[in-house]
Design a protein around this ligand. Structure first.
Ligand SMILES: [Zn+2]
Length: 219
């Protein structure tokens, strides 16, 4: 079930205080309308009834998709370690109580950026493994290195095509295809290694996996 509560927010423009509904827990299987509101950010947008200006309100929340067996915690960077511990504890409790290995059946992720959250939602919806996508991103980053100063790559689906959206100098400058060949090559690479980090799967994670094992597949 989704949870919501009302908090007081102060409009940054006119400084008046108003109520705002936050959702510390979102179950998008039971409340599918909330999913679109996460993706388009309307859930984090406060419109001041006094001055009509819009401002963002961010707060930690758990995104839960029962169909895809995915839980994604969104929080501030300094809260990551706390949420890691809390998630680990609740998984261990479930193991003791119900003899359910939640790690086996579920993917738990922690993200600190809403762009990263959207990306995880899109790639899990597409049935992809985020470990493999992060490894493939490193390869694409390496290939584009001489042409662009790449800040970040984001997975995106355009109709049937898997793409990586390229962000450079604060702007999105285009897309490159995430080919089946590249994905499959890194899928094999990942399956031969595996890894124990369950929560923070990003390019840093991918870089540390590759560092341990310098042989990378060619695609
Ligand atoms: Zn206002």
């Amino acid at each position: 079930m989704s949870q919501s509560k009302t908090i007081k927010v102060t409009c940054p423009f006119c400084k008046k205080e108003h109520e705002f509904t936050v959702h510390p827990s979102l179950n998008v299987t039971l409340d599918p309308e909330l999913k679109q509101k996460v993706l388009d950010r309307s859930l984090f947008s406060f419109t001041c009834p006094d001055c009509q200006k819009e401002s963002p309100v961010f707060y930690p929340f758990l995104y839960h998709d029962m169909e895809k067996s995915v839980m994604i915690q969104f929080c501030a960077r300094e809260q990551v370690e706390g949420y890691k511990k809390a998630l680990q504890d609740s998984c261990e409790q479930a193991k003791d109580l119900a003899k359910v290995d939640m790690f086996k059946d579920y993917r738990y992720r922690i993200v600190t950026d809403l762009n990263d959250l959207n990306e995880k939602i899109y790639l899990f919806d597409a049935g992809l493994d985020d470990h493999v996508v992060e490894l493939a991103k490193l390869s694409v980053r390496f290939q584009l290195k001489s042409q662009h100063n790449i800040e970040k790559l984001y997975y995106q689906k355009d109709r049937k095509d898997d793409l990586l959206l390229v962000q450079s100098e604060g702007k999105f400058i285009g897309t490159v295809p995430l080919t089946k060949e590249l994905y499959e090559a890194y899928k094999t690479y990942y399956e031969e290694r595996k890894d124990t980090e369950p929560f923070c799967i990003d390019e840093n994670w991918a870089a540390s996996l590759i560092m341990q094992e310098p042989e990378v597949p060619k695609a």
